[in-house]
Ligand binder design. Structure first.
Ligand SMILES: [Mn+2]
Length: 349
C-alpha cells in the first residue's frame, strides 16, 4: 500500500510542509481547483500543483476528483462534449504521471451531512448526519440549508436540476454511467490511469435523487459495466459503512482479491439504530467499523494501491475545512500504519 493525504491546493490551511512530516506519507491526493466542472484542466495548472507536491518530497499520484458534469449523469445530448473533455483530462493527467483518478456519479450533491461541527463528548467536533435534522431539510425551499452545499447552487438552478432528475430513474442513471465508462475507460487504459469511482455518501437515494453506487450487489454490477482493471473502485469505508447492511471487511476482501480497488478511503463511523451516524475517530473502538478486519483484508490480498485517512474530527483547537484538518487525519494515518505493521508482523510469524 502507499499512504496518501488529501490536499486542497495552495489555499488549504494544511500545508504540504506539514503533511510530509507524517510518518510513511508518500503521495498527495489533490485536484485542479481553478476550472469549472466539465472543462479541460490546463497543462499549466496541472504542472503547477505537480511541482508544488514534488518539491515537498511527495508523489503526485492521485487526483480527487475530476468532477463528472451533470449533463453526463442526466444523459443529455451535450454529454458527448463533456465526455471528450473528460478524456482529455485523463490524457493530460496520465502524462503528468497521475496513477489514479477518483470521481463519483452522485446526482447534484456529493456527500450529505446535517451538521459539520457537532461537538462530541470529548470536545472535538465532527460531521454528523441525523435523520431527524435531515427530515426538516429541503434544498429547494431552503428553510434549513444543507451544510457544505448551501452556497454551491442558486435556488433557481437547483430547481431546474431537480426537475431534470425527477424524470430520471435508477436504470437511466445506470445507462448513463455505462455510456460514460465506455467512453473514458479505453482512454484510461491507454493513459495508464486507473479510474476509481467513489461510493455514494450516504449510500441510498436522498431528496428524491437516485443513487446507485451503494452496496455489494451494485458494485458487482458496476464492475461488469466495463470489465477492465482500469474501471475500479475507491472503497470508502465510511461512505459504505454508514449503511449497516454493508459488510465492509467482506467487500474489501472481495474487491481487493479481484484487483479492482485502486484507492482506499479509511475512516470510521458510529451508526445509530434510526440510520443516523456520526463520523468518529479512526480507532475501531470509537465507531461501528472493524478497522483491523478492513486493513487485514487489504494485507491478505497484498493490496498495492493507495490509502488515505479519510475525514477526521477537528481536535486540539484546529480550525479549517470540516473533516480535513491536519491533526486527526495524521492520527488516522498513524493508526492505519500501526495496523498494517502489526498485521504484517503477526502474519510472518
Ligand atoms: Mn470517501
Amino acid at each position: 500500500m502507499k499512504m496518501s493525504f488529501r490536499w486542497y491546493g495552495a489555499d488549504d490551511p494544511v500545508k504540504l510542509e506539514n503533511i510530509r512530516q507524517i510518518p510513511n506519507m508518500k503521495a498527495i491526493v489533490t485536484a485542479v481547483y481553478d476550472v469549472p466542472p466539465g472543462e479541460v484542466w490546463s497543462v499549466e495548472s496541472i504542472e503547477k500543483i505537480k511541482n508544488q507536491v514534488e518539491e515537498n518530497g511527495l508523489d503526485f499520484d492521485v487526483i480527487e476528483s475530476v468532477p463528472v458534469h451533470e449533463d453526463i449523469k442526466l444523459g443529455f445530448d451535450t454529454r458527448d462534449k463533456y465526455i471528450e473533455n473528460y478524456k482529455e483530462n485523463i490524457r493530460r493527467l496520465g502524462k503528468a504521471g497521475v496513477k489514479v483518478i477518483c470521481y463519483n456519479f452522485m446526482p447534484v450533491f456529493d456527500w450529505t451531512r446535517t451538521q459539520l461541527d457537532k461537538v462530541l463528548e470529548d470536545g472535538s467536533t465532527a460531521l454528523v448526519y441525523y435523520k431527524e435534522q435531515l427530515e426538516k431539510m429541503d434544498p429547494l425551499t431552503g428553510e434549513l440549508s444543507l451544510p457544505g452545499w448551501d452556497a454551491s447552487y442558486k435556488k433557481e438552478d437547483l430547481k431546474i436540476l431537480f426537475d431534470n432528475y425527477a424524470k430520471l430513474t435508477e436504470e437511466d442513471l445506470w445507462d448513463n454511467l455505462k455510456y460514460f465508462l465506455e467512453g473514458i475507460i479505453p482512454v484510461a487504459e491507454e493513459s495508464g490511469v486507473k479510474m476509481a469511482i467513489h461510493p455514494d455518501d450516504p449510500p441510498y437515494p436522498i431528496f428524491g435523487l437516485p443513487r446507485i453506487i451503494t452496496c455489494e450487489q451494485n458494485l458487482d454490477r458496476f464492475l461488469k459495466l466495463v470489465d477492465s482493471e482500469y474501471n475500479g473502485l475507491t472503497l470508502c469505508t465510511g461512505s459504505l459503512g454508514c449503511a449497516s447492511s454493508n459488510d465492509i471487511p467482506k467487500m474489501v476482501n472481495k474487491y481487493a482479491k479481484q484487483k479492482r480497488i485502486h484507492f482506499m478511503h479509511i475512516r470510521n463511523v458510529k451508526n445509530f439504530a434510526d440510520g443516523s451516524f456520526e463520523e468518529s475517530a479512526h480507532l475501531s473502538g470509537c465507531g461501528s467499523l472493524d478497522m483491523a478486519a478492513i486493513v487485514k483484508a487489504l494485507k491478505d490480498n497484498n493490496y498495492e494501491g493507495y490509502i488515505r485517512p479519510d475525514h477526521g474530527r477537528m481536535i486540539w483547537g484546529e480550525t479549517g475545512r470540516a473533516g480535513y484538518g491536519l491533526y486527526d487525519r495524521a492520527l488516522g494515518a498513524t493508526y492505519i500504519n500501526g495496523l498494517w505493521e502489526g498485521i504484517n508482523y503477526v502474519s510472518k510469524r
